[in-house]
Design a protein around this ligand. Sequence first.
Ligand SMILES: CC(C)(COP(=O)(O)OP(=O)(O)OC[C@H]1O[C@@H](n2cnc3c(N)ncnc32)[C@H](O)[C@@H]1OP(=O)(O)O)[C@@H](O)C(=O)NCCC(=O)NCCS
Length: 197
Amino acid sequence: MSRHDETEAGEAGAGDTTPAPSIAIRPLASTEEVRGLDRSLADASPEKHRRRLEQQQQGRVTYLVAWEGTRPVGHVLVRWDGPTAEPMASAYPGCPQLEDFFVDAGYRGRRIGLRLLGAAEQQARLRGCRWIGLSVGLTPSFDRARSLYARSGYRKAGFAPYYEGWWVRDEQGRRQWWEEACEYLIKDLVQEPRTTT
Ligand SMILES: CC(C)(COP(=O)(O)OP(=O)(O)OC[C@H]1O[C@@H](n2cnc3c(N)ncnc32)[C@H](O)[C@@H]1OP(=O)(O)O)[C@@H](O)C(=O)NCCC(=O)NCCS
C-alpha cells in the first residue's frame, strides 16, 4: 500500500496519544472537502483527492477520511474492483483492497488508524465481501502499520514479496519515484473478530 509522503505531513511526533472521540470518519463528500484535503494533506500526487472523488462517484472506490471538525487528519482508500497484480488477482478476485492508509503525524497513536480500518471493513461487510486485502512494506518504517494490521486480524496471504512503487517528495520538494519491497496481507471478514470502530 502506498505510503503518504512523510515530508509534507511533518515528522512523526509525540502527539496526544489519548483516543480521539471527536474524530468523524466518513466517505469524501464534495469538491469543497477535496480542497480541504489538498490544503492539509497534499502529497506528491497532484489531483489525487479530486481523482478519488470522481472514482467514488463511479462506484469504484470509497475514500474514507477522518475529520477533526473541518480539518482532515487521515484517510484510507477502499478499492472495490480488487487486486490487479498477480498472483493476488487470481487468488482473491474482486476482493476489496485498502490503499493509502495514512494518519497525520501529530494525530497518531489515538486510534484514528484503527477506526479507519474498522470503517473500511464495515463497508466491505455491508457489501457482502468475505475478504479484504492490502499491501504493506517490509522495511522497519512500516512496523507500526504492521503491528496494527496484525492486531486487527490481517494475516500474510502467503505470496512471495514483490516491489511496489509510488511518487514521494524529497526534503527539497522534488518528486521522486520510490520503490519498496512489499507483501500481501488478507483479512477474513467472516472468521476474524471485528475491529472496534
Ligand atoms: C499506520 C498509521 C496509519 C496508524 O495510524 P494511528 O492513528 O497512529 O493508529 P492507531 O492509533 O490506531 O495505532 C497505532 C499504534 O501505535 C502506537 N503509538 C504509540 N505511540 C505513538 C505515537 N506517538 N504515534 C503514533 N502511534 C503511536 C499506538 O498506541 C498503537 O499501538 P498500540 O495499539 O499497540 O498501542 C500511521 O502510523 C501512519 O500514517 N503511518 C505512516 C503511513 C503508513 O505507514 N501507512 C501504512 C501503509 S501500509
